[in-house]
Every structure is written in C-alpha cells, then in structure tokens.
Design a protein around this ligand. Structure first.
Ligand code: DQA
Length: 144
C-alpha cells in the first residue's frame, strides 16, 4: 500500500470560496488542499487532490485509487452523493476504504440531501465542519 490519500471532489466544488459562503465557508478548494498537504506531511502521507463536475471521472478515479493501492479515498461527491448509484457501486467495487466528506451537514438541510448513496457504501462519514471535515477525514484515513 502506498501512503497516498486520494481526495476526490465532485460538482461545483471548484467554486468553493465564492459558492454560497454562508453554507460552505470562504476557503477555496486550493486552500483546503494546502491545509491537507500540511497535515499530510506531519502524518507521513501524500495527498492527491482532484475535482470534476463529471460523475464518470469520480468513478474512474475510485478505480484508479484501488489500482494505485492508495491508502484511502476522501470523497466529497457534492450533489452526486444524493443521486449516484454508479458511485455507490464503485465504492462497493473497490477495496480501498472510502470516507465520505461534506463541508455542510446534509441532514439539517433540504430533504433531498438526506439520502446519501455514497454514505451507504462508505466506511464512514464526516460532515458539517466546513474545511475541517476534510482534515478530520484525513486523521481517520491515517488510522484505518
Ligand atoms: C456538499 C453537500 C451536498 O449536498 C451539495 O450538493 C454539495 C456540497 C458539502 O460538502 O456540504 O455540493 O457535498
């Protein structure tokens, strides 16, 4: 196993920083990547951070994480969380542990966010702590 953690981000997360900051905060995805890289260095891990607005890219990257023998995947699938059976199947299909991550807490938001196909297949979920959710997920990835 390599000491790399894939951090996969889904649709609209490229707009973090300006996208509904009252919900998602002011950190950009690059800011979050920087925070993760700093902590990863202390944990002797490497981060491979990616973002796509296309569902199939996330499926391909989950397969790639397994092929690469990555330590874990942190997955914020954005709205695909609530719709994607393809992501559910991909998480089930790979042995790499997948940790579901959300900036907001979907359970206190609209009803359509209360279902998570990702969460039904993931090893665990961290949600509701803004950018800190990613760092807490990295701590989990370092220990599992
Ligand atoms: C999100 C929550 C999702 O419901 C939403 O569609 C997102 C962001 C979060 O990080 O809080 O795009 O995954």
């Amino acid at each position: 196993m390599v000491n790399t953690v894939f951090v996969l981000n889904g649709p609209n997360l490229n707009l973090l920083g300006t996208r509904e900051p009252e919900i998602y905060g002011h950190d950009t995805l690059d800011d979050i990547a920087g925070q993760l890289e700093d902590r990863a260095r202390e944990l002797d891990l490497t981060i491979d951070m990616r973002q796509s607005n296309h569902e199939g890219h996330l499926v391909d990257w989950l397969h790639e994480a397994q092929a690469y023998d990555a330590r874990a995947v942190l997955l914020n699938a954005g709205a695909f969380t609530h719709t994607s059976i393809a992501l559910y199947d991909a998480i089930k299909a790979v042995k790499t542990p997948v940790i579901e991550v959300h900036l907001s807490n979907p359970h206190v938001r609209e009803d359509f966010r209360h279902v998570s196909y990702v969460g039904r297949a993931a090893r665990g979920t961290i949600a509701g702590f803004g950018a800190l959710s990613y760092l807490l997920a990295l701590e989990a990835a370092a220990r599992i």
